[in-house]
Design a protein around this ligand. Structure first.
Ligand code: SF4
Ligand code: SF4
Length: 288
């Protein structure tokens, strides 16, 4: 079973449009949207027959004001400055609390307990191209890496059960924890970039990350013709780093039109120059 992760150094490069086109071209794949902060692959793959599950999130300390004697011990011990005295007694900021439970241990009156967030969700459904797993991280939740791992594990489980040979992962933007969780252990990392200064900068960052995990990387330059000089600069960088450029997708408004119609571009405009190039790239990815 091969795992292919599509990433970009930042949002707005057309990564999800390209991924949904790959999904439409795949034959026996499971799709995992690992952008748990802002999943959007489902908008074009439109899964049905949803199963929704709760992902138990981080824990936050809560003070029972009736038991609290305002001794201030918890405030003194908290290393994250999450506890402060207000006109309503000692309060804990849910944004600063790291859930270490120390305050609960030191409180002499057992006035503190932990509450687990139940705001995050993960979903499985069936798209017209195969099963899909995605998730939604609750507001101010910080377990994105764990949720990404869960999405990938579920996709792997479904692939095993249904005899599917590919897991196509739509990775989150950036180079943070959820990106690391999306690329570790995958067979191929495909970076979608665009011809701009920030595109080059983000490619450098994401390539550095993938290299540190010794992963095989290939690059797609999306909308390469909107700035050919910058596209050449990207090519020179890739050549220097020995990264194969497996495709250069031209700018075409059919990409956006397809999304508006909740379709992948290869379904919406199969004869367009964009679709021709994406079909060629998909073939190349499978040959890598
Ligand atoms: S340690 Fe317990 S009793 Fe003391 S201020 Fe904190 S919550 Fe209140
Ligand atoms: S659980 Fe830890 S971080 Fe949160 S308020 Fe208590 S001591 Fe501070």
């Amino acid at each position: 079973m091969q795992q292919i992760t599509i990433v970009s150094g930042k949002g707005g490069t057309g990564k999800t449009s390209v991924t949904s086109a790959f999904a439409a071209l795949s034959e026996k794949a499971v799709f995992a949207d690992c952008d748990v902060d802002a999943a959007n692959l489902y908008l074009t793959l439109t899964p049905e027959n949803y199963r929704e599950e709760v992902f138990p999130g981080s824990k936050t300390a809560v003070i029972d004001q009736e038991r609290c004697t305002q001794c201030g011990l918890c405030e003194a011990y908290c290393r994250f400055d999450a506890i402060s005295l207000t006109s309503e007694g000692f309060q804990i900021s849910e944004f600063s609390c790291e859930g270490c439970e120390l305050c609960m241990q030191v409180c002499p009156h057992q006035a503190i307990h932990m509450e687990q967030s139940m705001d995050s969700r993960w979903f499985t459904g069936n798209t017209r191209f195969g099963p899909m797993v995605h998730a939604r991280l609750g507001v101010a939740e910080d377990l994105s890496g764990k949720l990404v791992t869960l999405v990938r594990d579920e996709a792997k489980k479904i692939a095993g059960e249904q005899g599917r040979d590919t897991i196509l992962i739509d990775g989150p933007p950036g180079i943070g924890c959820p990106v690391i969780a999306s690329i570790t252990g995958t067979d191929k990392v495909v970076v979608v970039t665009e011809p701009s200064k920030s595109g080059l900068h983000d490619l450098e960052r994401v390539f550095g990350l993938a290299k540190s995990f010794q992963l095989r990387v290939a690059v797609i330059i999306n909308k390469f013709d909107i700035n050919t000089a910058m596209a050449k600069q990207l090519e020179r960088y890739c050549q220097k780093q020995n990264i194969p450029i497996i495709g250069k997708v031209p700018f075409n408004t059919v990409m956006v039109d397809a999304m508006v119609q909740q379709k992948s571009v290869v379904e919406y405009a199969p004869q367009s120059n964009v679709s021709r190039e994406i079909r060629r790239i998909w073939k190349k990815i499978n040959e890598l």
